[in-house]
Design a protein around this ligand. Sequence first.
Ligand SMILES: Nc1nc2c(ncn2[C@@H]2O[C@H](COP(=O)(O)OP(=O)(O)OP(=O)(O)O)[C@@H](O)[C@H]2O)c(=O)[nH]1
Length: 294
Amino acid sequence: MKTRTPITVITGPLGSGKTTLLRYILETVPRKIAILMNEFGEIAIDSKVIEGKNIQIAELGGGCVCCSLAGEFEAAVEEILETIQPDLIVVETTGVAEPDALVFDIQETLNQVILDGVITTIDADGLVKYPQIGHTSRLQIEWADFILLNKVDLVNEEQLREIEEKLIEINPIAPIVKTERCQVDPDLLFGLNRDRIQKPPHHVHQPEFDSFTYTSDHLFRRNRFEFFASTLESEVYRAKGFIRFAEGSYLFNCVAGRWELEPFEWEKTELVFIGKQLETCQSQIIWRLQSCEE
Ligand SMILES: Nc1nc2c(ncn2[C@@H]2O[C@H](COP(=O)(O)OP(=O)(O)OP(=O)(O)O)[C@@H](O)[C@H]2O)c(=O)[nH]1
C-alpha cells in the first residue's frame, strides 16, 4: 500500500510569523518539502521571499483558501504529488484564513495525503496592542496542534503570561512554545499525528480586512520612505513587499505599527497594504508614496 504524504498547515493572524517560520523550516529541515501558499492581496509577496531555495512552491491565487479555493487546493496537492513526490507538504495560509474548512478538506477529500498537524503562530506584540481575539484568530488557535507564541522579544514576562493564559483558555491541549523569530526545535513541528477529526464547517467566513497594492519602477528616497513607514495610517494593520532605493532593494515588513527593512534583491517596488476601512486612506497613502519617489 502507498503511504500517504504528510501535510502540515501553518496558520496564524496577519504578520504573526508564518513566512518567518517557513523560511526557518526550509533552512533547518533536510527533507524534500513542497510548499503551497495562499496569500491575501493581489501580489504574492511571501512566495517570492522564499523562492529560489531549490524548493517547489505552488501559489493559490488571490482569494482565501478557506472560502473560495477549495477545488484549486485539491488540484494543486494532486499536481505536487505527481510531479514532485515530496517527503512532506507545508501549506501557508493567509492570516485571514480560518483553518477548519481546509482541515476538513484535507482529512475528508484528499486520500493520498494525511494531515500531520496545524501549527499556529501568534504575535505576542500584536496581542498586547490589540488584546481582543477576533473570530478568525480564535479558530486558528482552537484548531492548532502546536502553537508558537512568537515575538517574545517585544513583550515583557507579565504580558507573556497573560497571553499564554488566553491561549490555554481557547485551546487547552496544544503545546505552546515561546519563540523569537520562530526559532524552535524543528523536530517538534513534524510527526504531530493529529487525531482530532474536523466536523464539516459551517462556513460563513467574510474576511473583515481588505487590501490594495502599489507598484512602481521609480527609485524611492530612503529617508522619506522611512518617515512614511513610521507614520503609516493606523487603518493599515499589515504592509509588506519590496522597495527600491538608490543603494539597493529591500523587503519591507510592517505589522501593527512596527516595521523593518531587510536587504532583498528585487527589480521593482511592489507593496501590499492590508487593513480595515482602507478606502478612507488609500488615496492619501498612494499620494504619500508618490512623494517618496525620486
Ligand atoms: N521582533 C520580532 N519580529 C518578528 C518575529 N517574528 C517575525 N518577525 C517579523 O514580523 C514581520 C512579519 O513576519 P512574517 O513571517 O512575514 O509574518 P506572516 O505571518 O507570514 O505575515 P502574513 O503572511 O502577512 O500574515 C516580519 O518583519 C518579521 O521579520 C519575532 O519573533 N520578533
